[in-house]
Design a protein around this ligand. Structure first.
Ligand code: C5P
Length: 232
């Protein structure tokens, strides 16, 4: 990687709050945001739309990963897309990629090593002239091993299920807490036990357990760390 723009990675399990933190931090610092989970989600959706079942030939899904057109509305740049929106070609899939089915499809395609290899350079290409905040599972371990700051944000599975439950109920969507808990446990197991880039903290990551913290407290701690590391 010859680009010397700073990178901050935020990895962690589903529901740890890393997406919210990454997007706030990118906005605050004027950096580009890479929501790498959204890449896997769009790919899972594209595979499904092309009739490729999760058990399809890995190379066929990897070929799709290389050619699929994915667009993000960025917080800090003039973009044709609304901030935070995600596109599959000319189709706004911002909501479609957040369903439970899409989450499951994402973690299934993400377990295929050839898919991860196909998306590696595409993820690195997000690093432009300003700087990058990248959130996901393997940002600090595999995609940006030289990042200036690596955070591993975690929380107990109960706290994460509870947050998701409140979020859904708040949006008027029916939810069953025990079902959410077991879905999270299933996804955690798939993400931590796969052979390609499993979910684990980088050796030089700062581990933050947000079980008993508010999003504002987590944000304050990470902002301090970022200012310290980036010297600004
Ligand atoms: O972060 P998010 O929940 O949107 O990610 C969806 C799925 O994509 C995860 O469950 C995981 O399987 C996969 N993923 C991954 N590596 C990343 C980001 C996401 O394997 N860097």
């Amino acid at each position: 990687m010859s680009n010397t723009s700073p990178v901050i990675t935020i990895d962690g399990p589903s529901g740890s709050g890393k997406g919210t933190i990454a997007s706030r931090l990118a906005k605050l610092l004027g950096f580009t945001l890479l929501d790498s989970g959204a890449l896997y989600r769009v790919l899972g959706l594209a595979a499904d739309r092309e009739g490729l079942a999760p058990g399809s030939d890995s190379e066929t899904i990897a070929a799709l990963a290389r050619r699929v057109e994915i667009g993000f509305g960025q917080p800090n740049v003039d973009s044709p897309w609304v901030e935070g929106s995600v596109w599959l070609g000319s189709d706004d899939v911002s909501l479609a990629i957040r369903t439970d089915e899409a989450s499951a499809m994402a973690s299934q395609v993400a377990a295929i090593p050839a898919v991860r290899a196909a998306l590696l350079q595409r993820q690195r290409d997000f690093l432009g002239a300003n700087g990058l905040v990248a959130d996901g599972r393997d940002m600090g371990t595999t995609v940006f091993p030289d990042a200036a700051l690596k955070v591993f944000l975690t929380a107990s599975v109960e706290a994460r299920a509870d947050r998701r439950y409140k979020q859904l109920i708040g949006k008027g969507i029916d939810a069953i807490l025990p079902a959410l808990l077991s879905e999270l446990e299933e996804r955690d197991a798939r993400d931590t036990q796969r052979s390609a880039s499993p979910l684990k903290p980088a050796v030089d990551a700062v581990i933050i357990d947000s079980t008993m913290m508010s999003i504002e407290q987590v944000m304050a701690q990470i902002t301090d760390l970022a200012r310290e590391k980036l010297d600004r």
